[in-house]
Design a protein around this ligand. Structure first.
Ligand code: PLP
Length: 394
């Protein structure tokens, strides 16, 4: 047996994400890989499932041999499993794309104002991503990169339905790669988004609907008519995969490095990409010792970026979350303002919703230990909602 660089191997069969889940879960919970990929030269000839599981998990190396080797176990650490999420020491980047994917992990900060007797709260700050100041940079980059790797020969025009953040991420990536972005926003989203997107060179179309999923099929039809690229964040498995390979793995790397073993992770659901991947990764890695809570707006309320699970999402239905917590728009705004005034951190509305949900868990009674909140974006995009809220509540 030897270790080969995964990128040096060629393979002629694709094993899909859904089919890879069981094996990936086993690898994460065992902390390593049983067996090996069978190769002839650099061609994968057998155990192609293992190759795809390791590729989706972002291992740098793969155990290979010319036949099945019995009784082999290779720990994750030997496979360069964490290499991609180790921070660069000097933080000097060659270009703006590298500034995104080589600057991870995003920071985790302890929040004193939310911590209590016996429990500590940590927030993962996704507004440290450079383009949209949000978690959506990750999917914008990865969905685009994957499509380019597969070979895109259509027009350099990209369509997407977005509530802003994915739009900004894709407008930035489009600017870098010389694409034209045409972005479709629901009527409920703040006006400032149009300006930000246009400044990044995108065309903006407002659709008289409340949430993006109500018109994603129309966007798909429009894109197909002109042969344009529609990455479709709601269906594209690269959304789930980027959060598995980077967001979840870097969080694991950070927490284990800091000696933190979280009792639960709490996050919002929009496409469900990030929370589904965190659920899959941490439930597997901890053998179900962790609890995961999803946050959605209460019926009838809108909170930008998140929506109710029954409005239709892909990956969350593959997972077992421990609870789904309803939060009102005013609760989200109130927690957003309260955090700003106690910790000096102005986070976005969906982050406010995550705090409100966490407080509901505290009211029900919490186990002692550490709790992780995922804050998807920054508060600067929500000036309009904030000014309306502050004029009412002060
Ligand atoms: N919060 C904000 C501000 C968002 O923009 C989004 C997604 O658009 C989310 C939360 C939800 O993230 P996901 O799509 O990974 O479920």
């Amino acid at each position: 047996m030897r270790l080969a660089r995964l990128d040096d191997l060629s393979v002629d069969r694709v094993v899909g994400l859904r089919e890879s889940l069981n094996l990936m879960s086993e690898i994460l919970s065992e902390g390593g890989v049983k067996g090996n990929v069978v190769v002839e030269g650099s061609r994968v000839k057998g155990n192609v499932e293992l190759y795809w599981a390791l590729r989706r998990l972002g291992a740098r190396l793969v155990p290979v041999a010319s036949s099945d080797v019995k009784g082999l176990f290779t720990p994750l650490e030997y496979l360069g499993f964490y290499d991609e999420v180790v921070p660069d020491r000097y933080r000097v980047y060659g270009d703006s794309e590298e500034l995104l994917y080589r600057n991870w992990p995003t920071p985790i900060v302890g929040l004193r104002s939310l911590s209590g007797d016996g429990f500590r709260v940590w927030a993962k700050l996704e507004f440290y991503n450079p383009f949209s100041n949000s978690i959506k940079d990750r999917i914008g980059w990865y969905m685009f990169k994957r499509t380019m790797e597969e070979g895109w020969s259509g027009p350099r025009i990209l369509y997407e339905a977005t509530s802003t953040n994915t739009g900004i991420a894709l407008a930035s990536i489009s600017a870098i790669y010389g694409f034209k972005a045409k972005l479709f926003l629901p009527a409920t989203v703040q006006r400032a988004s149009d300006v930000l997107l246009k400044a990044l060179g995108a065309e903006v179309v407002r659709v008289p609907k409340r949430i993006t999923v109500e018109f994603v099929d129309d966007v798909d039809r429009e894109a197909k008519k002109s042969g344009s690229l529609h990455l479709n964040q709601f269906e594209n498995d690269a959304n789930f995969e980027v959060h598995l390979r980077y967001t979840a793995k870097e969080l694991d790397y950070q927490l284990s490095g800091a000696g933190i073993r979280p009792k639960a992770i709490i996050g919002g659901i929009g496409t469900s990409g990030h929370l589904s991947a965190l659920t899959f990764y941490f439930k597997s890695r901890t053998r179900n010792a962790i609890r995961i809570y999803a946050v959605q707006p209460k019926p009838g309320d809108t909170i930008p970026g998140i929506r109710r699970v029954e409005s239709g999402m892909k990956w969350i239905h593959w997972m077992d979350v421990d609870g789904i917590i309803d939060v009102s728009r005013d609760e989200a705004l109130s927690e957003m303002v309260s955090l700003a005034r106690r910790e000096g951190l102005l986070v976005g509305m969906s982050s406010g919703a995550v705090i409100a949900a966490f407080k509901k868990l505290v009211e029900e009674g919490l186990q002692d230990g550490d709790y992780i909140l995922v804050f998807p974006d920054h508060g600067c995009k929500y000036v309009e909602q904030l000014s309306e809220y502050l004029s009412r509540k002060g």
